[in-house]
Every structure is written in structure tokens, then in C-alpha cells.
Design a protein around this ligand. Sequence first.
Ligand code: CTP
Length: 430
Amino acid sequence: MTSVTDSQFDTAGSPRRIVVGVGGGIAAYKACSLVRSFTEAGHHVRVVPTESALEFVGRATFEALSGNSVQTGVFADVPQVPHVRLGQEADLVVVAPATADLMARAAHGRADDLLTATLLTARCPVLFAPAMHTEMWEHPATVANVATLRSRGVVVIEPASGRLTGKDTGAGRLPEPDEIAGLANLLMERPDALPRDLEGTRIVVSAGGTREPLDPVRFLGNRSSGKQGYAIARLAAQRGARVTLIAGYTAELPDPAAVDVIRVKTAQEMKVVVDKAATSADAVVMSAAVADFRPSTVAAAKIKKGADEPDSIPLTRNDDILAGLVQARRDGDLPAGLRIVGFAAETGDADGDVLTHARAKFARKGCDLLVVNAVGEGKAFEVDSNDGWLLGTDGTERALAHGSKSLMASRVLDAVADLVSASSGGGAAT
Ligand code: CTP
């Protein structure tokens, strides 16, 4: 009998074993950052490139970054049976970049190199991050191969749009490694987090904080990072929706792949853009931290210290965008089927706890779903994790267990998909 070692992975102490498959495209260089982000997070990584991927990035680079040897064929290390065991032992397989050729081979169940053999033996979540020219991405052969892979449970993420290899631009760009890593981490937290259940829907998401100018250098703002709204927009696009993200000021966040991003500065600007986008949307998710007030006047020149300095700043109430959407739907100015989701960032106080305040806000706003976050003491703002509740109009109050903002986004989108599907008579794909 052949003697084999315990594992294809160097597993000391790490909970997760990740295979990073690399196809032969120029974006193969981005796989290096992806491997690095997994190893830095403590995961054990085996890189399995195709032969042509090694035309772009050398074997030694992948070996150094992963700390493991790298093979492309099934005839190296035969006693270890890597073509079977790599896939069997993996907790996650991520293929980035997934070329048109590699997806065609995977869709047809080929096993003519180590990567395709690994894909056939893997029973864990499998994520493909495609990268190719727009013509190849849109070709009916590729479209059919992607559909086949998705129908078998493979997560094929949407490529980004932008600069391709040459001077051309379009859909087919590999999403940034951080974005791929974020989606991969989500699949490890929740393997069923990326169904294609929002295909054919249009979702508008607002995110970040508005800034209300006081003079040319000062503003009233808030601490919203925009991370939760960006996570919702990103995942909605990866679940098949056409997504418009209306972003105020945020932490430095890359535009999510396959999402139209519109930037705004003030609450008044955000209202104009959200109202317009809502007319053709199936759902609006208002996760932005919209300023409730703005300075009543904006000084044309910087306000100086001295005899004329103001001792107070008069404020004017901004329109409530969310309540305005609900009212417009009631008045018939927006489609009756539009689903409207609000957020509530609450702290408890002498008048009641977080949920008491949230229930009152839900009743006041009249939206279809309220996502409640407890804030303060290092919670929710500027951090990467969150927890809370989902309040529904049917009286349901679902607790959202603590987890990453991506995990929270996936739970919110489950509820949005249910609402949209119910409102369209079950029209959204499942
Ligand atoms: N919101 C809005 N327009 C505003 C203020 C808030 O659309 N001018 C939306 C937010 O995007 C969020 C929800 O309303 O979805 C709740 O925001 P929050 O600030 O918690 O509620 P407020 O109504 O401002 O209540 P509070 O008095 O607690 O600040």
C-alpha cells in the first residue's frame, strides 16, 4: 500500500485549508495578494496553478507565498495522491483568475491537470473569480459554462468593469484581491451566503455619512464608515441584482465589483439621487447615516475667531429620505411593489432599551423592514463586525447573531429577497 502523509496541507494550528487555483491570465499576479491575505489570516494555502498560469507568475513566487510546494500536473508526488486529496481535504477552493478556458474545462468535468482534478474532488464551497476580455465574458459559450457551474452550486462571482489588459475597458476585470478574500471569508462563515436569488431585481443601497457644510472648510458630519452599506451592495450584486450604490462619505473603500456607484455629499443631494433611483427599483436599502440637521446658512468665507464669531450655529431639519419614500409610495408616486428597508442605530437610555426605541422608530417610519444595530462602546461604527435585529411588518423580530458586516449583509439580503419575491408574486429567482 502506498504510504501517504496525514495531509496535503501543512495544518499546524490552522482551522481552514484553502486551495487557490490560478488560471492563465494576466490577472494571475493578483492571486499573489490573495494568497498572502489568506496566509496572513492564519489559513493554510495550497496554490494550484495551471501550466499557463506559470507563464505569468513563477512557481517560486507561489511556493514562497504559500509555504507549500506547487504542482500543475497529476504525475508529481504520486504517492501523496494530490489530485484526489487536495480537493477532498479543502475547506474552500478559490479560483482566481478563472479564465474562459478554465471555466469551460471545469463546466465539462475535465480532469486533465491538477486544478481541474481538484475541482472534481472538492466537496467544499468553490468560488470562481472570472477575468477575461468583455467579448469572451459575454460569449454564449462562456455564459452557458457559467450557468452550468452555478447550477452545480459553484459560486461564480461577477467580474468588475474597468481597464482590461490593453487599452480597452469593460466587464471582465478581476475584482480586487481584498474583495475576493472578503467573499471567500463569507463562504467560510456561511457556505450558502451567495445564492443567485436576486437575479432580475434592481436594488438601490445608500451608504456612508452625509456632510453638511458650515463654511468652505467645516462641516457637520458623522462617524459612519459605509462598510455595512457597501457590504450589502457588494453581496446584492453577487446575488444577481442590478445595484446602484449611493454613497456619501465613507472610510477608504473600493467600489464593489459590478455595482454602479453614485457619490453625493449632503443629505439634500442624497435625497434627490435616491428619489430618482427609487422610481425603477424593486427595493431601496437606506443604510446611510443621513444628517438630520444642516447649518441654516453656509458662510461664503471661513468663519473667523474674534468679535464677530458666532456663539451658536442655527440648524435646519433635513428631509427624512426614508419617510419620504414611504410617503411617495403611499401617494402613488412610487410603485406599490417597491420594498423599503430602513436602518436604526440605537443606544439604550432612561426611556428604554435599544429594541424599545427601534420598535417606535419602525412604527414611525412605516418601512417594510428595519435593521437595528446597537451602537456605542465600540459597536457598529468604524468596526468590521456587527449584530442586531431585523424587525418585520408581520411583527417578527429576528436576532442577528454577531458576525462580520458581510455576514450581516447576507442576512439582511435574505429578508430583502423574501420581501421582493413576495411583492412580485414570487417572481425573483430562487
Ligand atoms: N434617514 C433618512 N433621512 C434622514 C435621516 C435618517 O432617510 N434625514 C434614514 C436612515 O438612512 C436610516 C433611518 O432613517 O435608514 C433611521 O435613521 P436614524 O438616524 O436612526 O433615525 P432618525 O429618524 O434620524 O431618528 P433619531 O431621532 O433617532 O436620530
